[in-house]
Design a protein around this ligand. Structure first.
Ligand code: NAG
Length: 305
């Protein structure tokens, strides 16, 4: 029964469209990339709400009583949640019957905390842990702090995903999060397939994703992960850690421009002003509040929980 339901199939067709990279050839000076239609944008809405709900305490995501963000995805069946308010970002895993999909969501960090956490702008990289990521080429390196944060929840999330897959007739998983939550989602998107049957298809939607690893990591993600990472206006955090330190984004950027068009950015790190690198040429010229959104009207972490 997988791929059933209008929403599920439009989700998949959006991904196909996004990965096609068909660009109009134009002699105009300004590069014009394709934009998403309103109905393609609306495909992301449930995941935006799931990512926002991940800011709520595990006690209310476990019962799906987190307020507006939970109410907007009615019918969601949480199976596990965790995290604390300090060293471990909140997370939850469950089943969405409307989308017929397992959902994994990770809490992020708001822009004020990011500035505090990253004020020294020191970004060491390391290999991914052999036990969690068996068989990955040793040339792949990721930010040490991100890898450590991911390792704190990895096995719990894997076991919750296996439980949901065993209880429901689905082979689809969507992983989502904002900011640091988008980082953890991307690392889960690399980690989970190494431990799940190859019949399971995994999609990842990240909001305000910072750079996670080096070029070999980005290339691995391009080859193995279905990723859409949505960047908003002049959000400075997706341009951290800096490229000159060796960090590189994978493909799959969708950039929300000043007119709220969702622009499909081709390739890794397209420098056009239509995409985040060109929109925020210098980190300190960015607008920190753009990190929180709005993403299709939704401000991340906002809600009565
Ligand atoms: C962005 O991508 C397009 C299409 O691949 C390419 O032609 C263009 O040179 C890129 N622009 C920049 C500034 O990287």
């Amino acid at each position: 029964m997988f791929l059933s339901g209008l929403l599920a199939s439009s989700l998949f067709s959006t991904w196909l469209t996004l990965s096609a990279h068909s660009l109009p050839s134009s002699s105009a000076k300004r590069q014009t990339f394709p934009t998403l239609t309103q109905s393609q944008i609306s495909v992301f809405r449930p995941f935006t709400l799931f990512a926002s709900a991940a800011y709520c305490n595990p006690s209310v995501t476990r019962t799906w009583t987190c307020g507006a963000n939970c109410d907007a995805n009615p019918g969601f069946q949480p199976i596990a949640s965790g995290g604390n308010d300090g060293t471990i970002q909140f997370w939850y895993v469950g089943f969405d019957p409307t989308l017929n999909t397992v959902i994994v969501a990770h809490q992020g960090t708001d822009s004020k905390n990011l500035i505090a956490d990253w004020s020294d702008l020191d970004f060491p990289m390391e290999h991914l842990d052999e036990t969690l990521f068996p068989g990955l080429p040793s040339s792949i390196q990721v930010h040490t702090g991100f890898a450590d944060a991911h390792a704190r929840t990895a096995t719990q999330i894997l076991s919750a995903v296996q439980t949901v897959l065993s209880q429901h007739n689905t082979q689809q998983v969507v992983i989502t999060g904002h900011s640091l939550g988008a980082v953890l989602s991307l690392l889960d998107a690399v980690y989970l397939p190494l431990h799940l049957p190859s019949t399971v298809s995994i999609r990842t939607v990240g909001y305000g994703l910072p750079r996670v690893g080096n070029k070999d990591f980005a290339n691995y993600v391009d080859a193995h992960v279905s990723l859409t990472h949505i960047t908003n206006k002049h959000d400075p955090f997706p341009v951290l850690p800096f490229q000159f330190l060796g960090f590189r984004h994978p493909s799959g950027e969708v950039h929300i421009d000043q007119n709220n068009n969702w622009v499909q950015c081709p390739g890794q790190e397209n420098g056009s002003t239509e995409c985040i690198d060109g929109a925020v040429p210098e980190f300190y010229d960015g607008t920190a509040e753009d990190h929180e959104g709005p993403y299709d009207g939704i401000i991340m972490g906002l809600g009565e929980c």
